[in-house]
Write a protein that binds this ligand. Structure first.
Ligand code: ZN
Length: 103
């Protein structure tokens, strides 16, 4: 049976590891300072550069655990690496496609 987004979110909520990631005040301050459009562009860049090309990084270690709110969100949502995308979101490692950047 195929899971929908709600099923995945419910599973993520039960994960002690995934729930250990939360944004701190400095993350909210940064988001407020640069704006969500910029955060969205950063997110696109990180995912494009770190997850699209499997030869670029050692799988499972593409996403740092600190340094940007998007990194924290990626760990919390299991979108941090191709392995987690496969395990949690059932996206085959070979099927990760990146759409062109939103304008
Ligand atoms: Zn991961």
């Amino acid at each position: 049976m195929e899971e929908n987004h709600s099923d995945i979110i419910n599973r993520l909520k039960k994960s002690k590891f995934r729930n250990s990631f939360s944004l701190k005040q400095k993350d909210f301050d940064y988001i407020n300072r640069v704006g969500m459009d910029t955060i969205g562009r950063h997110c696109f860049d990180f995912v494009t550069k770190r997850l699209k090309d499997p030869s670029q990084f050692t799988d499972g270690k593409q996403t740092p655990f600190k340094g940007h709110p998007v990194f924290i969100a990626q760990h919390a949502t299991a979108t941090c690496c191709r392995g987690c995308l496969n395990k949690w979101h059932k996206i085959e490692k070979t099927h990760i496609k990146i759409q062109s950047a939103a304008t």
